[in-house]
Design a protein around this ligand. Structure first.
Ligand SMILES: [Zn+2]
Length: 400
């Protein structure tokens, strides 16, 4: 949204009091062009240069203080009047160029350069219908703007605070004026002006991009965003980001791999063997209720590397179907043993486990079915679907 206000000003040249419109604010979206024009600004705002209707003094602020210079004399100069009366230039461009002439005459070289650049923008807008005359006009005014920038830099002045930015904008003005060699040279000059600090990154990208565009003989309108995306720093940043992501991914994969190995079926089987020693040495437990069996199973399995999720599933089955802790553990060991290559597993405890499961072979069969897709490294516990094909979990009475 664009906001204007009216204010009364006294013309610096003739002293007449005028009401002029001033721009309070306008919203811009997106980025800027390489010559710092807001990318989506439809037209250059007419408040960029006012003209006194009495004496034809032109300035962004008609009450501007020109110091010791008398604007009254300047507005009578034939060069000034010629600019203001140029038959081909759009009215706003005429005012902007007239002010640029005045500013330059007053030693305000930065203001002169910026006003010439804005006049070029006005002419850009006039070329949008494909008007060749307007294109030539924009080209000509850009070349004049380039001269104003060069004069400004030569005087040790800069329209911008950031180091290298004036050179970056001038390189763009030159390039779009089709002075490609000068544009490339100015981009290189700009690069010598900036340091290695992070704050200079955008300007550096702009300068690098100008260099590329100038060598490509490209006189098109481009944005800072394009420079950022194409700048030599961008691939490095992107590469760094990708590298960091890849390192993170590698690290995570290694963690998962270690975790997988630690809890692998083979490791679990071996830990079941080790812990079985204690189980078989412990005195047989008298009939217990389900809750005690679950506790006992979980305590026993905590001595193994079986995955926590599997232990929880089996604990639930113990509670739900009346399985015994020791039998479940032995059935698990037997079922697991079938899934592992013979050369990798010791059958040291197989007879003990078979003996333990002598009166619950259906439990062993059931767990064999559930673990049918388990491999050495990967767990896969797939119970049959409820009421579907395959064995169903055996249910034992509490009194067994
Ligand atoms: Zn006036």
């Amino acid at each position: 949204m664009t906001l204007y206000a009216f204010r009364s000003v006294a013309c610096a040249s003739c002293g007449v009091t005028l009401k002029v419109q001033t721009l309070l604010s306008h919203t811009t979206h997106g980025g800027q062009d390489l010559d710092l024009r807001p990318s989506v600004q439809i037209t250059v705002d007419s408040t960029e240069a006012h003209e006194c209707p009495v004496c034809h003094f032109c300035a962004p602020e008609l009450d501007v203080d020109l110091g010791t210079v008398s604007p009254r004399l300047l507005v009578r100069d034939k060069d000034y009047q010629a600019r203001l009366a140029h038959p081909a230039h759009p009215e706003l461009a005429r005012r902007l160029m007239a002010w640029a002439w005045l500013a330059d005459a007053c030693g305000m070289r930065a203001a002169a350069a910026l006003s010439m650049l804005k006049a070029a923008w006005v002419c850009d807008d006039a070329t949008q219908g494909g008007d060749m005359a307007a294109r030539r006009m924009a080209l000509d005014i850009r070349q004049q703007a380039a001269k104003a920038f060069e004069a400004c830099l030569l005087a040790g002045e800069s329209p911008y605070r950031e180091r290298g930015l004036a050179q970056a904008v001038l390189a763009d003005v030159l390039r779009r004026a089709q002075c490609y060699d000068e544009a490339a040279n100015m981009a290189a000059v700009g690069l010598t002006q900036i340091g290695a600090e992070k704050e200079a990154e955008v300007v550096r990208d702009m300068l690098h991009f100008q260099w590329v565009l100038a060598h490509e003989r490209n006189d098109g309108r481009c944005t800072i965003a394009q420079a950022r995306a194409a700048g030599p720093g961008a691939p490095e940043r992107e590469a760094l980001r990708v590298q960091q992501q890849r390192e993170r991914a590698e690290k995570r994969a290694q963690e998962l791999h270690r975790e997988q190995i630690r809890t692998s079926p083979l490791k679990a089987f071996r830990s079941l063997q080790s812990s079985s020693l204690g189980v078989f040495q412990s005195p047989p437990v008298a009939r217990t209720d389900g809750a005690n069996e679950v506790q006992r199973f979980e305590a026993d399995m905590s001595m193994t590397t079986a995955p926590h999720q599997l232990v929880r599933i089996l604990s639930n089955s113990i509670g739900a179907y009346g399985w015994r802790a020791a039998q479940t553990k032995s059935a698990l060991a037997l079922a697991l043993m079938d899934r592992l290559p013979r050369e990798l597993v010791s059958v040291q405890y197989r007879d003990h486990w078979l003996q333990e499961c002598a009166d619950c072979p259906d439990l062993v069969d059931y767990l064999r079915h559930c673990l049918r897709n388990t491999t050495v490294i990967e767990w896969n516990y797939q119970p049959g679907q409820r009421d579907g094909p395959g064995p169903h979990p055996p249910v034992y009475g509490r009194s067994r």
